[in-house]
Design a protein around this ligand. Sequence first.
Ligand SMILES: *Cc1c(COP(=O)(O)O)cnc(C)c1O
Length: 382
Amino acid sequence: MKLKYPFLDLAKVHKPMAQELKQAAASVIDSGRFLFGEQTRLLESELASLCGTKHCIAVSNGLDALRLIIRAYKELGFLRDGDGVVVPANTYVASLLSISDNSLKPILCDVDSQTMCFAPEELERIVRRGCVKAIMVVHLYGMPMWNEQILNLAHEHNLLVIEDNAQAIGAQASVAGVQGTCITTGGLGHAAGVSFYPTKNLGALGDAGAVTTNSDELATAVRALANYGSDRRYHNIYCGLNCRMDEMQAALLRVKLKYLSEETGRRCLVADAYSRHICHPLVKTPSADEKRCAPVWHQYVIRVDGGKRDALRNYLAENGVGTDIHYATPPHMQPCYQDLEHAPLPVTEQLASEVVSLPIAYPMDGASAYEIAQIINGFPCE
Ligand SMILES: *Cc1c(COP(=O)(O)O)cnc(C)c1O
């Protein structure tokens, strides 16, 4: 059965810009230049200006962006094997993979069920216990995860702050103490990794990612590490990797980047319509603190009470609405992390059983969100 509102249809997403995308691809083919070309250079400068950072390094994907940041901090002597990195337990597994792949220790912190940010007492307890050298903040669902506590703890304990910005390019957070000042995600911490996986709010037509940072030292190390560890041709200062973005993805992303603010504006309208019109005793809508942040709504995630999540999903599918779950199994319950030590994570585990993501990508609009809200409101309660 074809759904009236599929969760995500990438062919449809690209339809309004298909001609431009095809032209961009054709010009890369005709240029004969597939790596280290003008498209990558231009994309890097456009992304740095979007994130308000001094540097941007285009890389192969979001996981590699995060891996390269941590690896670079190791090469530069800021992090060592076995150091702890606090990370929210309620995240995509790739956040943790970037840490464990570098022989560092992911320290899982449960989240607050309202803000989805670190549970404040838990974060405090973990950092005070020691062994922590960095905090990885994850702007999950396009919501900036940022507050005074993170800033203060980082300052007081001299911690690196790494942003997993895979889901939130273009989002903004107002920063503690600086009234009215907004900083774009990717420029909040010391370094950030972005993902351009096709389903992300800014998606490539394949794999791609980027690192943003204001640090000259880190940018230089990441750039070298992503290119076999070479600082110049045939001269290797690190045992590096190959994590480069190609010209094709850079050219396609530059087309899509032109539409990002329009896309974000549309997502905000859809989110607003959902939040105003969904009214059901078993359903909680997400809360964004608009005085403190401007989310980009990578996902619009509701929570369903009373063990009715799967029933609601089936009901929605029967009524032509596609949904998804982000994420059904938290990283600490994945087989690969069965030996990872962690404190109890009740909120994360509860969220995993309650969350449902509603359609939000183009061509969703306010009217279709209204219609979906009415369908949800008609979900039988018993
Ligand atoms: C998608 C994602 C990643 C990984 O990005 P890829 O480009 O798929 O490697 C990392 N962290 C989070 C939170 C993500 O959503």
